[in-house]
Design a protein around this ligand. Sequence first.
Ligand SMILES: [Cu+2]
Length: 118
Amino acid sequence: MKKRMSVCYLFCLSMLISAGQLAAEGVVHDVVVPDGKDQFVPAIITISAGETVRWVNNDTHRSSHDFASLPGPNPENRELKVVELKPGEVFEHTFERPGEYIYFCYIHKGMIGKVVVK
Ligand SMILES: [Cu+2]
């Protein structure tokens, strides 16, 4: 009886772990900073709630791009805090709440992007 319980426990545990891995392997959308350009490409990206945006800095001409999202009606709802993205670095963020998230680079004026979460 004890052995059967532990087999069941292991089975349930393995199911939980594989479910977690499935969630972690969710949809990822890339936004790239091209080499030598102060741009997020694509500038506007539309995703579904629960999906992830991955920013990739391919710009080797700048030291970094530091970006953050604008605060919403409530400043505490700011989705992205300041993120420093050095050349070659990658940053991922999963958006759980629908909405429009405008973000910008502190260093390069006009370097702006938007994530639309449906
Ligand atoms: Cu920048």
